[in-house]
Design a protein around this ligand. Sequence first.
Ligand SMILES: Nc1ncnc2c1ncn2[C@@H]1O[C@H](COP(=O)(O)OP(=O)(O)OP(=O)(O)O)[C@@H](O)[C@H]1O
Length: 252
Amino acid sequence: MIDVTDALVLRGLSKAFAGKPAVASLDLTVRSGELYALLGPNGAGKTTTLRMVAGLLAPDAGAISVYGVDARADPAGAKRVMAWAPDEPLLYDKLNPMEYLEFVAGLWGTDGKAARRKAEELLKWLGLWEQRRQRCEGFSRGMKQKVALAGALIHDPKLLILDEPLTGLDAAVARQVKDLLQQRVRGGATVILTTHILEVAERMADRIGIIQNGRLLAEGTLAELRARTGEEGATLEDLFLELTAPDQPVPA
Ligand SMILES: Nc1ncnc2c1ncn2[C@@H]1O[C@H](COP(=O)(O)OP(=O)(O)OP(=O)(O)O)[C@@H](O)[C@H]1O
């Protein structure tokens, strides 16, 4: 049964490319107000799953519920409460950060004054205030990623989905992004992120889901994952490598 207080519920979600399953009848529940880390080896199906949730890719089968909204039947309703930040920042290079954020806020119907206030708050927080009138085309990848993140946050989404948000960021920027995400969670939002940096998941996530071959292998808090493998004191890296080892039988 779907509990509407859950931020995201996937049931039987499936997608194949050229007959090869990328996501295979995936069941996953992310509770409201948690930071959920979705982990898995390369090609496990993480991005495919999140792209289906964000409405960018049509599933072959299955159900997606975002705060109780059926995302397949009502994609606009689901999009209103979530934001998606892809691993490659997509920006309009000719715009400066302020113009970009005003543009994105306009798409969400936010009024100009409120949008500028929100944009100012985000750009200051992310250390981009000085560059607010410079075109994004001259920005480094990390700066572009920060602008894209600000764009994802401008309409105050209840569910924030980030694919590899920390890849390629320097330590200071990565810390800012981590702080921002934790602040959002403290404020009641839900964050789902994918990462290959297991220390990040270990430190930040309330719960962790590990997928392989498009299926959920294991899920829970770090303590629950440890209990499952019977490895007290194991790091997430130990558990991850044990669970995803090639000779590990895939659960039915
Ligand atoms: N557009 C596509 N066309 C064909 N195959 C695809 C496409 N997108 C993904 N795949 C395949 O689906 C599988 C899952 O890919 P996906 O990108 O979801 O994995 P991932 O867990 O995000 O991996 P990574 O950690 O490497 O980013 C892979 O086998 C990939 O080759």
